[in-house]
Design a protein around this ligand. Structure first.
Ligand code: AMP
Ligand code: MG
Length: 404
């Protein structure tokens, strides 16, 4: 049977996926969440002309040269405006953030004055508009400064606060349930018995999904029985998971029960087994609104599949506009052999040559169980189906993995 190409599998995973409904969250919790609506400023910033420096508010026409003496008639500080106008021959003491009093159109910094009692003498000329932040110089009420689909940065939070929003409309985070399978798995820190290995997959998968904005529910490790696997699937459905991610049990062995359990629970399987390496036994289906991604058990396969398929799906549900990984061009650091029908994702190290060229060198051992090589890799080097052998120095495409 012809295996499904990676692009078709990705299209199937994303088909019909839409941004989840919006919810309001406090500013402090909105970091890296995806804005659900365009946001217009609720006020003008600054609301009135304000001083940018400590000094004196003056009329530029009366203060156009050094040596001029002005009478100080009052004081303005941030939050404490002065209710009288500045007249001819007058100045008002002002501090940073103070509202420019009526009549004044320049600020002379205090370093450019000599104070004598209630008057000042200028040592520099005042310049019209100097050191004044005019009303609305930052933004005006109604200005749309943040748009739907934006992943909110740290600076965006302060901007939204200044726009006078105490909380923000963001898309709900997808709830991703992770169900591991395998009789042989023991938790890190335990001593594996004969034939047992340490459970590792979930750590990278959860961190990856969380970094993309998912909320994780860990359903633990199901024994390799139909009943335990089925129970895990039901729990995911009952907690309202948007995505159920299973790991292991996805191959064709007698103990690979995930597909049987999904079938029995009425999951409509869209595909099982795709033309890629690592990760051929990837599975995808739906149970009502819950999307199921059945990941292979091998640690490298499960991670690469999650990186390629789960990440864009999470981004889509989160409401992001750009959901796809972007490939970069590089040069092969060593020769590679001709490829077969499966799209290959070689784990590769990246270096920069003296002339600035990006070099991607596949690690020597590409077995899908090798976590050391996966952790050392900085990128996946894409080899298309039936790509011919290529020499060192040939062009290639890479996807960067999440960095240190
Ligand atoms: P399976 O798809 O269940 O046949 O698993 C394939 C390989 O991956 C087997 O060698 C498993 O022991 C291993 N494996 C499965 N799940 C995990 C896991 N959570 N952590 C580490 N290795 C796993
Ligand atoms: Mg297994």
């Amino acid at each position: 049977m012809a295996l499904m190409p990676v692009v078709d599998a990705l299209a199937a995973v994303l088909s019909g996926a839409q941004a989840l409904p919006e919810e309001m969250v406090a500013l402090d919790l909105a970091y890296r969440r995806i804005l659900a609506r365009d946001l217009a400023a609720l006020r003008t910033q600054p609301p009135q002309a304000m001083s940018a420096m400590d000094g004196y508010a003056v009329r530029a026409a009366d203060a156009g040269r050094a040596g001029i003496r002005l009478t100080v008639t009052g004081e303005v500080a941030a939050g404490r405006p002065f209710d009288q106008a500045v007249g001819a021959g007058e100045a008002v003491r002002i501090f940073t953030g103070g509202v420019i009093p009526e009549g004044a159109d320049a600020v002379i910094i205090q370093e450019d004055t000599v104070v004598e009692g209630a008057s000042i003498t200028l040592t520099e000329a005042a310049i019209l508009g100097r050191h004044i932040r005019r009303a609305g110089v930052d933004f005006c009420e109604g200005d749309v400064l943040l748009t739907a689909g934006r992943c909110l940065t740290d600076r965006d939070l302060s901007l939204a606060a200044a726009m006078n929003y105490p909380d923000l409309p963001v898309h709900r985070q997808p709830k991703v349930a992770l169900l591991a399978t395998g009789d042989e798995l023991v938790m890190p820190g335990q001593t594996p018995g004969p034939g047992q290995i340490v459970y590792s997959n979930g750590y990278a998968l959860r961190a990856l999904a969380r970094a993309e904005g998912a909320e994780i529910v860990d359903l633990g490790i199901a024994a390799d029985t139909l009943q335990a696997t089925t129970e895990g699937i039901r729990r995911a459905r009952d907690i309202g998971a948007d995505i159920l991610m299973t790991s292991g049990g996805a191959s064709v062995g007698d103990h690979d029960l995930v597909k049987r359990a999904l079938d029995a629970e009425g999951v409509a399987i869209a595909f099982w087994q795709i033309a890629m390496r690592p990760g051929k036994p990837l599975m995808h289906g739906r149970l009502d609104a819950m999307r199921v991604i059945g990941l292979p058990g091998n640690p490298v396969s499960s991670y690469v599949c999650a990186f390629l398929f789960l990440v864009p799906l999470i981004r889509k549900l989160c409401g992001r506009l750009n959901i796809h990984h972007t490939a970069e061009s590089a040069l092969l650091g060593r020769a590679v052999t001709a490829n077969d029908q499966r799209q290959d994702y070689l784990r590769a190290r990246l270096t920069t040559r003296e002339d600035g060229a990006l070099i991607a060198t596949p690690v020597n051992h590409q077995d899908s169980s090798l976590l050391g090589n996966l952790a050392a890799a900085q990128a996946l080097l894409i080899r298309l189906p039936f790509a011919p052998a290529a020499e060192a120095g040939s062009a290639c495409d890479i996807l960067r993995l999440p960095a240190e």
